[in-house]
Each structure stands twice: as structure tokens, then as C-alpha cells.
Design a protein around this ligand. Structure first.
Ligand SMILES: Nc1nc2c(ncn2[C@@H]2O[C@H](COP(=O)(O)OP(=O)(O)OP(=O)(O)O)[C@@H](O)[C@H]2O)c(=O)[nH]1
Ligand SMILES: [Zn+2]
Length: 203
């Protein structure tokens, strides 16, 4: 059958998710409380946009990050050293102010018999980061998830991040980085292994 679509036609924008009226009303209330008029033209579509943006920031609630670690590779050619995924950029939001937490994570493990695809470590990170968080819990959740799923000899997670609730408001102190770490297995119990992984991470 002939395709009679005009190839030069502008494709339609994808349909946007419906946002319940109660959610939009809550955002209108906030805009009004902040001092603006939610009915003015520039703000009319803002409540729905904000709501969709928040669904995206909080996508992690819709997934169980453990699923990313279900596919393992056993043919590793005898590889038995540290695997490190370094400088993984991520974004989260703090549960106190719902302000952005922006930083990078370093995730390492010492495999026991099998490894996972490296992208999966970043997927686990994003699964927990796309929620309302404190950095300590984010660090612990990523490490615990890898520990439980892979049963490796060791896991090390180090996160360095800047919190907009400290830079853009409140104490307004830019340039501050919060560093958290969770060491498990040999990286916790064996000083030499701990030093080795921290040296690889560059801490
Ligand atoms: N430990 C920890 N604290 C965080 C994190 N994100 C934000 N905070 C802090 O959470 C605290 C909340 O303190 P509150 O006194 O309840 O809130 P606040 O009056 O807005 O505090 P200020 O930010 O100091 O203005 C602040 O000190 C934030 O800096 C995090 O990931 N971990
Ligand atoms: Zn905060």
C-alpha cells in the first residue's frame, strides 16, 4: 500500500501523560503562595509540566533496582581483581527540601565467580537516586543491593555530591561537596584491599 504521508510534515509531538487535577491544584497553590499568579499565561501549563518533571525525577519508585543485576556472566577468563565503575554522574533530590543533589558515584566490587554488565551498576545507582533521598541512604542502598545480588568478596561505593539545598538556599554555601562511602566485605575488613580500592577510585 502506498504511503501518502508528506515526508516534510512536522511529526506530532508524543502524547503527554495526564496529570490529575488534584496534583495540578497543589502546584497552583504553591505558585500562589510563592507570590505569583498561577492563572497568568506563562504559568497556565506550569503545574502539569512540574508534575511530569517530578514523575521523571522520581522514576525510581517504579522499579526494583535488583532486576538490573539478574543477568550475570560467568566466563571471566579467571579475572579475580577489582571491577570499578568510576565517575558515574547522577542526579537525585533531597528528601528534606526536594532540592537537587548532583554528583558522581564510584562503584567497585571484587567478583566471586561471576560479573555483571557494567551499565547495570549505573542502572542500580539511578534506580535509587531517582527518589527522594539523603546521600547516606543512597550510598548504603546501592552497596547493599550489589552485595545481596552478586554475593561478591567486597563492595565499595563512594559518592561525592553537591546539595542545592545548601548552595541555592539556606546556608547558601556553594562549592561544598559531601562525600559518603560504604565498604563491605574485604573492603571493610582488610586494610590492604580497602587501600587498593580507594587508590583506584582516587580518594
Ligand atoms: N545528612 C544529610 N543531611 C542532608 C542531606 N541533604 C540535605 N541535608 C540537610 O538536612 C538538614 C535539614 O535540616 P532542618 O533544620 O530540618 O531544615 P532547614 O531549617 O531547612 O535547615 P537549613 O538547610 O540549615 O536551612 C539540613 O542541614 C540539610 O543540609 C543529606 O543527604 N544528608
Ligand atoms: Zn535538602
Amino acid at each position: 500500500m502506498a504511503d501518502d504521508r508528506d515526508p516534510a510534515a512536522i511529526p506530532e509531538a508524543p502524547a503527554k501523560a495526564e496529570v490529575p487535577e488534584t496534583v495540578q491544584e497543589a502546584i497552583r497553590t504553591l505558585i500562589h503562595w510563592a507570590g505569583d499568579d498561577p492563572t497568568r499565561e506563562g504559568l497556565v501549563d506550569t503545574p502539569a509540566r512540574v508534575a511530569r518533571a517530578w514523575k521523571e525525577y522520581c522514576q525510581g519508585y517504579g522499579e526494583d533496582p535488583r532486576i538490573h543485576l539478574s543477568r550475570i556472566f560467568e566466563e571471566v577468563g579467571g579475572y579475580d581483581e577489582i571491577v570499578l565503575l568510576k565517575d558515574i554522574p547522577f542526579q537525585s533530590h533531597c528528601e528534606h527540601h526536594m532540592a537537587p543533589i548532583i554528583g558522581k558515584a564510584h562503584i567497585a566490587y571484587l567478583p566471586r565467580d561471576h560479573v555483571v554488565g557494567i551499565s547495570k551498576l549505573a542502572r542500580v545507582l539511578h534506580g535509587f537516586a531517582r527518589r527522594l533521598q539523603i546521600q547516606e541512604r543512597l550510598t548504603a542502598e546501592v552497596a547493599d543491593c550489589i552485595w545481596d545480588a552478586l554475593k561478591p568478596h567486597g563492595v565499595a561505593v563512594v559518592i561525592e555530591a553537591s546539595h542545592a539545598c545548601m548552595t541555592a538556599r539556606g546556608v547558601r554555601t556553594p562549592g561544598v561537596t559531601m562525600v559518603t562511602s560504604r565498604m563491605m566485605g574485604v573492603f571493610r575488613d582488610d586494610e590492604r584491599s580497602r587501600r587498593e580500592v580507594l587508590a583506584l577510585i582516587g580518594c
